[in-house]
Design a protein around this ligand. Structure first.
Ligand code: NAP
Length: 282
């Protein structure tokens, strides 16, 4: 038994993705959603040890608070102050963060790109941006520039990249964008159900062919921003692969086996399509 702990988690795609993986791997495992309010978090974690639950994915709002409830934390999760995956190792609960490295796996899978020596611009400085910035720094990116609506958070996030981190102001954006090999949107601008989906994180005409863009949003599968970029010949990918590859890393941590990523992607696409049809016809 494994599952995801968060609040709310009813709409999480993780049960569909991970159960498809266990079926494909012919493993007698099950993954479920544990909707847990903050005040019950420590009881829930004690329950994980007590009942021998093999592991948990952790989502909002528990990623930070859960750190102090675990027996051990990986170096990356410690640096980020956020755990998104727990492994129950014979009663000892160890916290990891698979988001940033899952993102790097996704870029490698979708675009065949290794970020070593690349110039990268990250838009946003929230939880997902922070884990990506940290992984980019570890992976040897040449420069990790960060821009964010709230300056203080960007200044804090930039440090996670180490010496290649660089804070940038709004006035510097066009120059930095034009020099970037990879641009990442780690904000919800363009997401279904959030504000105006035709708002753009940055103007598409600042980018051109030869550059790579990843938008972490996976619902919708492709945003109007990504479509506008593709029309300009820019290679642009959505966030579905990151979702799959961070889950694939959790699967490996729990089971020791490689995850069947294509089956997981199919399961996620089916659920997103179902959500989309519900929104369209309601
Ligand atoms: P978060 O921690 O809440 O951070 C949100 C970030 O977006 C912050 O930097 C925030 O700026 C910025 N932001 C929010 N609304 C904005 C607006 N209207 N204009 C400009 N900036 C805005 O969220 P998160 O967990 O990092 O998630 C960010 C996005 O990534 C979401 O779309 C989420 O669905 C997606 N995501 C995808 C995956 C995946 O696996 N593909 C995983 C995690 C998240 P401030 O600092 O100023 O508030």
């Amino acid at each position: 038994m494994v599952g995801v702990i968060g609040n709310p988690v009813k709409h999480s795609l993780s049960p569909a993705i991970l159960n498809a993986a266990f079926r494909e791997a012919e493993m007698d495992w099950v993954y479920t959603a544990f909707e847990t309010p903050e005040e019950k978090l420590s009881d829930a974690i004690r329950g994980v040890s007590a009942m021998g639950i093999a592991g948990l994915s952790v989502t909002m709002p528990h990623k930070a608070k859960i750190c102090s409830l675990l027996d051990e934390i990986s170096e990356s999760a410690q640096t980020l102050g956020a755990v998104n995956c727990i492994v129950n190792d014979a009663g000892k609960l160890k916290g990891h963060n698979t988001d940033g490295d899952g993102f790097l796996d996704a870029v490698n899978h979708d675009a065949g790109v290794n970020v070593t020596d690349k110039k990268v611009l990250v838009i946003g400085a929230g939880g997902s941006a922070r884990s990506i910035i940290h992984s980019l720094g570890k992976a040897g990116a040449g420069e990790v520039a960060v821009i964010n609506r709230t300056k203080g958070k960007a200044l804090d996030a930039v440090k996670l990249a180490g010496p290649v981190g660089k804070y940038i102001e709004e006035s510097e954006i066009s120059e930095v964008v034009s020099e970037s090999d990879l641009v990442i949107n780690a904000t919800p601008i363009g997401m279904s159900g959030i504000g105006n989906t035709t708002n753009f994180p940055i103007e598409p005409n600042l980018l051109s062919k030869g550059q790579l863009v990843v938008d972490l949003i996976y619902h919708p599968i492709s945003t109007p921003w990504l479509e506008a970029l593709k029309n300009r010949g820019v290679e642009a990918h959505g966030g579905l692969s990151m979702l799959i590859f961070q889950a694939a890393r959790a699967f490996k941590l729990w089971t020791g086996k490689e995850a069947p990523v294509e089956v997981m992607r199919k399961a996620a696409l089916y659920e997103i399509e179902k959500k989309h049809n519900k929104e369209t016809f309601n």
